[in-house]
Design a protein around this ligand. Structure first.
Ligand SMILES: Cc1cc2nc3c(=O)[nH]c(=O)nc-3n(C[C@H](O)[C@H](O)[C@H](O)COP(=O)(O)OP(=O)(O)OC[C@H]3O[C@@H](n4cnc5c(N)ncnc54)[C@H](O)[C@@H]3O)c2cc1C
Length: 562
């Protein structure tokens, strides 16, 4: 039934992150009349601030690069970590590459394979060093024209020089421009392009990582004339006798009915951005969320109200990363994610309040935080302290302090970093047991000489070593801590996104308590329970499924699967 305050479409999608934008785009490409509604004033969600990597085995890009991975190996790998496969996981493994290929051929959403990006649990059977992780191709933000300002920017922590995005490959030339002619040329061209950008734009337009992915999706939506309503929030789902037939949205604060003839797709990003929801569903006292603040569980809440089931039995309800607190720099919720650049380098240990190590510091960000929580059960480990010396920071940087920095007294003054001339004094300043810290550093220095970390095996996996320093011998991840002064930086658990979410089938159809699909209701992205079930097997395990299940939901609706 249509009334003056009502809009009627085939499909309405709520949430303009990777999941929602992919679903809306594929709906349009299948000839459906689709409307994409986004709660905030910009598209992109957490996707726009992410690293943008997708974990998709069996792609053409991997084959073209001569990588000989197989779906059977990928399946064996996930099986070893998560246990027996369900339908959704098997279908993901067998169709994800087709979805990536479809986007590559029909849209501007394009990826390249990483030459090397090991799976995170590299000792498990079926793991690979390369072949499953893909990066979005960089994107020229100028192509978005006036829409550029409608794309959510990356976090300040991923930018330099007031808005220039930097990738891992840019760090070396930018921090050591005079190391070679090639370094100098690259650094000069990056800075020149950025200087030109800043004459016309509020930030750099050379978009990388998750910002490039969000921009590519948005650009493709615009090229296919898909209407995107910003400041439009899902409020409630509407049902008739057979299932979900529409929604009530708030458009700029005004209620509006949206009738959806073929389906409603929920892609509101899960609940990983809401401190309130995290304290309620995960653990009290959590104070940091790197996921976008707009991802506050609206999809799950509205779906549960019409009988949707929520999958709760995951190894972890959310995906984690350790962060250092940069609020003093950016204001608001600033946090630097310690994803890979510093923890794995030689000459750093992480300790709890007893001054003791509790983990192989080079494990994945998710596993690092799980270890913090485990250690915290017996010894205060929130925050955990990253401890190193002057030579480490000079060479590798630490958190927000980049490698090659000439000085970091500003960080000490701000309390971002704690400095002391002796280990005992450092322990005193951070209220950590001094004898424990001394013993941990002594043990680390012995391990640096032998190359063996007998307690936690730092540097023993391909994943660890890939993020270490290959020139450091005998172990690329273990080095002496001895050049005064000594430093400590506190890190806290923070979320990248949620894992628990709506139960759904492989076509994104949301299931009710009876295990049957609720007609007309679909979910993708973090609104759908993760197929990884709270484990973090490799780079890109949330965005890969977001794209693939967004694509599959759209194809299912077009095919009339109700
Ligand atoms: C620093 C960082 C790095 C990361 N790197 C990676 C990576 O490399 N690979 C990977 O796989 N994952 C990565 N992640 C995690 C990944 O970014 C998220 O899991 C993913 O972006 C979630 O996508 P989504 O489409 O579900 O949600 P989002 O991208 O968060 O989009 C959801 C959108 O829905 C909107 N919304 C919310 N409520 C409503 C409502 N009621 N009505 C309408 N709209 C609504 C939100 O405003 C938001 O724009 C990273 C995360 C962070 C923080």
């Amino acid at each position: 039934m249509t009334s003056p305050g009502t809009t009627t479409v085939d499909v309405v999608v709520f949430g303009a992150g990777a999941g929602g934008m992919t679903a809306a785009l594929v709906c349009a490409l299948h000839g459906l009349d689709v409307l994409l509604c986004e709660k905030s004033g910009q598209v992109g969600g957490t996707t726009a601030t992410s690293a943008g990597t997708i974990w998709v085995p069996g792609t053409r890009q991997a084959r073209d690069a001569g990588m000989n991975d197989t779906i059977a190996d990928a399946s064996r790998y996930l099986g070893a970590i998560i246990g027996a496969a369900d339908d959704r996981r098997e279908i993901y493994l067998n169709t994800a590459a087709d979805a990536v290929e479809y986007l590559d051929r029909n849209t501007d959403v394009k990826f390249s394979i990483y030459a090397k990006h090991p799976d995170y649990l590299a000792n498990c059977p079926g793991s690979t060093i390369a072949g499953r992780a893909l990066a979005p191709l960089p994107f020229d933000g100028r192509l978005l024209g006036r829409d550029f300002k409608r794309l959510r920017p990356p976090i300040g922590e991923f930018m330099a020089l007031g808005g220039m995005m930097i990738s891992r490959d840019d760090i070396d030339p930018l921090t050591r421009p005079f190391a070679s002619l090639a370094s100098f040329k690259k650094a000069a061209s990056l800075v020149w392009r950025h200087a030109l950008d800043r004459l016309l734009y509020s930030r750099g337009t050379r978009l990388l990582m998750g910002n490039a992915l969000a921009a590519r999706l948005f650009y493709s939506l615009r090229r296919n004339n898909v209407p995107v309503w910003l400041s439009t929030s899902l409020h409630d789902l509407v049902t008739d006798g057979t299932g979900v037939c529409g929604a009530v949205a708030q458009v700029n604060g005004e209620p509006r009915g949206i009738v959806a003839r073929r389906g409603v797709i929920l892609a509101t990003g899960g609940f990983g951005g809401s401190i309130e929801r995290l304290n309620e569903h995960v653990r009290p006292g959590l104070a940091h969320a790197l996921a976008f603040a707009g991802a506050e569980g609206d999809g799950m809440r509205t779906a549960a109200a019409v009988g949707a089931a929520i999958e709760l039995d995951h190894e972890s309800p959310v995906f984690w990363t350790p962060v250092s607190d940069t609020r003093w720099l950016e204001g608001g919720r600033g946090a630097y994610p310690h994803l890979a650049l510093d923890r794995s380098k030689p000459g750093l240990i992480a300790v709890n309040a007893a001054g003791r190590r509790f983990v192989d510091e080079a494990v994945s960000y998710h596993d690092f935080v799980l270890a913090m929580h485990r250690s915290h059960e017996t010894t205060p480990t929130i925050p955990a302290w990253l401890v190193c010396d002057r030579a480490f920071i000079e060479k590798y940087g630490l958190g927000r302090i980049p490698p090659g920095a000439r000085g970091w007294s500003w960080a000490v003054r701000n309390g971002y970093l704690v400095e002391a001339g002796t280990i005992d004094a450092l322990a005193g300043k951070i209220a950590v047991d001094a004898a424990g810290l001394r013993s941990s550093i002594d043990q680390n220095n012995r391990s640096a000489d032998t190359g063996e970390d007998e307690t936690f095996g730092k540097g023993s996996t391909e994943f660890d070593r890939n993020n270490g320093d290959p020139e450091n011998k005998p172990n690329p991840c273990i080095g002496r801590i001895e050049a005064r002064p000594y430093y400590a930086m506190p890190v806290y658990p923070s979320t990248l996104g949620s894992s628990i979410g709506l139960k759904a089938d492989a076509d994104g159809r949301v299931l009710g308590a009876n295990g049957k699909p609720i007609a007309g209701l679909y979910a993708c992205g973090n609104d759908m329970a993760s197929i990884m079930r709270g484990t973090y097997p490799g780079p890109g395990i949330t965005l890969g499924p977001a794209l693939v299940f967004g694509y599959r939901a759209a194809v299912a609706i077009a095919a009339g699967k109700g």
